[in-house]
Design a protein around this ligand. Sequence first.
Ligand code: HEC
Length: 100
Amino acid sequence: MRVAGAAGVMAMVLAACTEKPQPVAREFPDPDSAGAVLLVERCGTCHVAPRPTAHVADGWLTVLNRMQMRMRSRGYPILEKEEQRVLLEYLQAHAAPAVK
Ligand code: HEC
């Protein structure tokens, strides 16, 4: 029984390792950057995390400010100043090209 139990636990651990926790995370540009991590962790809870190309660079600050309001009204922790700065920089760096 002990052997079977251990095998069962191993199988679970292996399954956990091969399963991607956030399949969408790797699809973002520069996926290991602090900005991408913030985007996936903080912006993928109420809805699927948006792509940076959802807005042009100039549009992201307005969206972030509105999302802060949504987070506050739903009792989510809001982004700290530094987090908002890092996230905004990331979104703007990978934003949709500005319309000329
Ligand atoms: C507390 C819940 C909540 C969280 C967390 C949240 N959002 Fe939203 N988001 C909403 C709601 C509700 C809407 C639809 C209403 C609206 O657009 O304001 C929305 C819509 C959006 C849209 C589509 C509308 C548009 O203007 O393009 C984008 C993009 C977006 N969110 C980005 C973000 C980003 C970036 C973050 C992380 C900083 C985030 N959201 C975190 C609730 C949330």
